[in-house]
Design a protein around this ligand. Structure first.
Ligand SMILES: Nc1ncnc2c1ncn2[C@@H]1O[C@H](COP(=O)(O)OP(=O)(O)OP(=O)(O)O)[C@@H](O)[C@H]1O
Length: 359
């Protein structure tokens, strides 16, 4: 059974429609990550689940129970909001234990749970401190711990690691993944950072402008997105999407010429290529002419931003394999047709790959 179900949920604020007939099932016991650009409706979706907002239409179910109009207090969901506030006058212990104290739990029970949760998040040594003595990362852990204090089977995390440096985020991501397994709970996690989404998720849900774009297993969604918008939103550096045209079995796009997927009718298409699949000047005379605009050295990876006949194209490859090209130099780029994905320009749906037979 689905832990959380959105069935054609809509929500507007004044004239602005923030969620539009949004339907999604979040599997019980899964770590599902909702990823979308800022203002795509992620926080509103979470606020609807915990009961801080009411939808204008549609139904929300928790383990099959219709909770659409149930009061927030009856829902029993663990929640770490995006902008959390710790009580400055309370110790870390009292901040974490606050939801249980509010629910009238006995002191010993609170102490047992706070100690256990603090140990899980490696903040046991901070329990007597007040928030003003904590670093940003420590405060975030305390907020996560407080969200975990509910005796719930569903936990929502709204961008809980935003603003932290990458090392700390990596560590907390690992800890949260482990916690999801330990607690055997459903974790529904929102982020606008696609690397964080790829690192965390078992199931990835892409949302854009209040609409569900795609829901799929993480590896599948990266390797074979069903929608061009998923390709654009998931992955770093950002994937290349070039307008092209199919004519007589070939696709021409910004000077590239690729064999069309079998049976594709003539007409406009979108060509999607991940940066790691753009080959840079490997074979003499093969490929399209491009000019190097920017070269970024990211340690283990080199990212080259190119101008391909007026179209921006990004290439990424492992450092150490070849000397990076000079800025403003002319290079040849070519694409393995089996790596190029062809999308319908109107629906955005994947049509197939450029090798014979399609996907
Ligand atoms: N209470 C409200 N009143 C009016 N507009 C709102 C309200 N809450 C959210 N919105 C609007 O709804 C849209 C979606 O906001 P939401 O906070 O859900 O986005 P988000 O995807 O969580 O973004 P971010 O990644 O920046 O947190 C935004 O345009 C926001 O301004």
């Amino acid at each position: 059974m689905a832990a959380i179900e959105f069935d054609r949920v809509s929500k507007s604020f004044g004239q602005a429609r923030v969620l539009d007939t949004f339907s999604l099932s979040v599997e019980e016991g899964s770590l599902t990550v909702l990823c979308g650009p800022p203002k795509s409706g992620k926080s509103v979706l979470f606020r609807l689940v915990v009961g801080l907002e009411t939808p204008d239409g549609g139904t929300i179910r928790l383990s099959g129970r219709d909770i659409t109009h149930e009061p927030a207090s009856a829902r029993n969901i663990g929640y770490v909001p995006q902008s959390f506030a710790l009580y400055p006058h309370l110790t870390v212990f009292d901040n974490i234990g606050y939801p249980m104290r509010l629910a009238g739990a006995p002191r010993e029970e609170i102490a047992r749970r706070v100690d256990r949760t603090a140990a899980m998040l490696s903040i046991g040594h901070l329990l007597r401190k007040t928030p003003d003595k904590l670093s940003g990362g420590e405060k975030q852990r305390v907020a996560v711990a407080r969200g975990l204090m509910k005796d719930a089977s569903v936990f929502l995390f709204d961008d809980p690691l935003v603003g932290l440096d990458y090392k700390l985020r990596e560590r907390l991501m690992d800890e949260l993944k482990q916690l999801c397994e330990t607690l055997k709970a459903t974790f529904f996690y929102a982020t606008s950072d696609s690397l964080e989404a790829l690192t965390m998720a078992q199931t990835l849900v892409v949302v854009d402008d209040g609409r569900l774009v795609e829901r799929a297993g993480t590896l599948k969604l990266y390797a074979e997105p069903g929608q061009v918008r998923s390709l654009e939103l998931i992955g770093f550096p950002k994937a290349n999407v070039i307008e092209g045209i199919c004519r007589n079995g070939r696709i021409e796009a910004a000077g590239l010429s690729l064999p069309a997927p079998a049976g594709l009718a003539d007409g406009p298409v979108k060509v999607g290529i991940r940066p790691e699949h753009v080959r840079l000047g490997r074979r003499e005379g093969v490929g399209a002419d491009a000019r190097v605009a920017i070269v970024e050295h990211l340690g283990s990876e080199i990212v080259v931003y190119l101008d391909l006949n007026g179209h921006p194209v990004t290439a990424a490859y492992a450092a150490g394999h070849a000397a990076p090209p000079e800025i403003d130099s002319a290079v040849k780029i070519d694409i393995d047709p089996a790596r190029a994905m062809i999308f319908d320009p109107n629906s955005g749906a994947l049509i197939g790959r450029c090798a014979a037979g399609g996907v």
